[in-house]
Design a protein. Structure first.
Lengths: 117, 114
């Protein structure tokens, strides 16, 4: 079992649908992350939140909309996705969001496997 | 964009043998981390080595770092079937807005057979 919980585990949606992915952690971590992972490829960073504020957007299309309503929750809102967006979406967290030294491992959830029809 | 390459891309060994995976990266680093990913699961952090360290051990894991060659290796000794997974190295960069960015290597798929 992981300490970062992602729901749903699987999601199938059409290109016109609107859905949301959810991520929750109760470790008191102040940085949270969304990654996209295609099959047999490494994860690629999408968004970073630090103290509930967006720290970085890695040029992700606007059909992906992140939200961090509080320090424990991270959402990814999906709208008008394309078939190439089918992938495993991973959420992660790390202890400190501020400008301290790095050297912080990230804790990952098991992901949401998304299929776009 | 990917930070670097890992080799081999795939490795198949017998239980009890050692497995060595190599990682090369392109930029200067604060630290390098290794993660394991079992099929259909998230990533699990294995070990972190700082840029001023040359070698680090954790149980059956041994990691080396050569900053002059921009390379690292992960050695798993006395492998077990449960070690079957994909292994990724990742470089770590602080973000000015907070948090840290991990950039992963291409990964090595390890299969340990009974």
């Amino acid at each position: 079992d992981t300490e970062v919980t992602q729901t749903p585990k699987h999601l199938v949606m059409g290109m016109t649908n609107k859905k949301s992915l959810k991520c929750e952690q109760h470790m008191g971590h102040r940085a949270m992350y969304w990654y996209k992972q295609k099959a047999k490829k490494p994860p690629e960073l999408m968004f970073v939140y630090s103290y509930e504020k967006l720290s970085i957007n890695e040029s992700v299309p606007s059909r992906f909309s992140p939200e961090c309503p509080n320090s424990s929750l991270l959402n990814l809102h999906l709208h008008a996705l394309q078939p190439e967006d089918s992938a495993l979406y991973l959420c992660a967290s790390s202890p400190r969001g501020d400008r301290g030294p790095s050297n912080q491992p990230q804790h990952f959830g098991d992901g949401t496997r998304l299929s776009i029809l | 964009s990917q930070q670097g390459e890992e080799d081999p891309q795939a490795l198949s060994i017998q239980e009890g043998e050692n497995a060595t995976m190599n990682c090369s990266y392109k930029t200067s680093i604060n630290n390098l981390q290794w993660y394991r990913q079992n099929s259909g699961r998230g990533l699990v952090h294995l070990i972190l080595i700082r840029s001023n360290e040359r070698e680090k051990h954790s149980g059956r894991l041994r990691v080396t770092l050569d900053t002059s060659k921009k390379s690292s290796s992960l050695l798993i000794t006395a492998s077990r079937a449960a070690d079957t997974a994909s292994y990724f190295c990742a470089t770590d960069a602080r973000l000015t807005g907070g948090g840290n960015k991990l950039t992963f290597g291409t990964g090595t798929q390890l299969k340990v057979e009974l």
